[in-house]
Ligand binder design. Sequence first.
Ligand code: ARG
Length: 378
Amino acid sequence: MHESPSEYSRRELYAEADAFVRECYSELGRESEIEDRLDEIADEIERRGHYDHTAFELEHGAKMAWRNSNRCIGRLFWQQLTVADARDCETAREVHEACCTHLERARNGGNIKPLLTVFKPMIDGDRQVRLWNYELLRYAGYRTADGIVGDPDEVELTEYCQSRGWEGEGTRFDILPHVVQIRDQEPELFEVPESAVGEVRLRHPEYAWFEDLGLRWYDVPVVSNMRLEIGGIHYTAAPFSGWYVSTEIGARNLADEDRYDMLPAVAEKLGLDTGDDRTLWKDEALVELNRAVLHSFAEDGVQIVDHHTVTDQFERFEEKEAAAGREVTGDRAWLLPPMSSATTHVFENDYDNTVKKPNFFYRNPPATLSERRESLGR
Ligand code: ARG
C-alpha cells in the first residue's frame, strides 16, 4: 500500500473522520448516533487538533482495515479480530511488555487467534511510538566472511542492534530484540523473553534426514512495521497477527535465494540433479519443504493453513462481501500463492487494487536502517 499523507490539516482530518464514522456506524447499526458523534469530533479537533477513538470505533476500524488489505488472502476471518487497546503505554518498556503479551495471547497455546495491539497514535504530526522491528519475532542476519548467517533481510536491524551493544549467539535462528522508540528519543532494546517465543522445528513426514537440516521457524507472524490509519488518525505502532500460510515459510522465507536459500540443500538430500533446470529439482524441493512445514506445525499443534485451503476461504470472503453489497479490492500478484498459483481461483480473476480506508500503510523505515541498507547496496 502506498504511503498516504501522514499529516492532515484539520479540515482533512475532519473529512477523514466524517467518512469513517458514517461507514463504521452504519455497519454497526448505530446510524442514529452519527450526527452527535460528528459534532463531538468537530469540537475535539477544533480544541485539540485531533480526536480519540472510542473502544468500538477502534475495534471496528481495525477490522475494516484488515478487510481492506488488498494483499491479504486471509481476510475471511476479519470479523474475528481481537483488538488490544494499549494506548496508555507511555514508556518503551511498557510497549515491549505489551508486545510480549500480544505474542502470548495471539499464540493462545497453538490455537492462534487474530490479534492487533494498538499504541498511542500520532499527535499533531508527532509520532509517539514506533517499533523498528519488521515483525515481533524475527531472526537476526549476520554478515560474516563466509556470507550471511541467518536472515539476510535482517542484516540492517541486526547491525544496528549490535551497534547498541546487543550480541546475538550467531546462529541462523537468533530472535532479534524488540527495538522501541518513543517520540524522537533514542530507541531502547529489549530481549524477547522465552515465555513470548514459540518455534517449530521442521521435520518431514517421510524423510528422517530432513531434521538434520536443522531448520525451524517461529510460530506467529506479527507484522509490526506498518501504520494503521482509521478516520484520519495515524496509529504508527499497531502490530497485528494471524496464523501462517505454509508457503510464506516454505516457498519464501526458507526458499528465496535472497533469504535462507534452502532449495539446493533440500534437493541434494533428495538426490536430485541440480545441474539441470529441466529435472524440476527446484519444484520438487519446494513441495517437500512445504510438506515439512505443514507436517511439523500440525504435529506441534500450531495452527497453519495451506495455500489451497486459504484461497478457498478467500473465495468465500468474496462471496460474503458481495452479499453484503461491498466491492472486494485486491492485489492479485500478492493474493496468488507463490507455488501452484494456477490451481487456485485467484489465477482466473482480476482484482481492483483501489486502496480503501481504514487500512494499513507502509512507513518509511527509520533513517538509520535505510542508510545501512543503502551502504549494503540493496
Ligand atoms: N510473510 C510474512 C512472514 O513470512 C508474514 C505476513 C503476514 N502473514 C500472515 N499469515 N498473517 O513472516
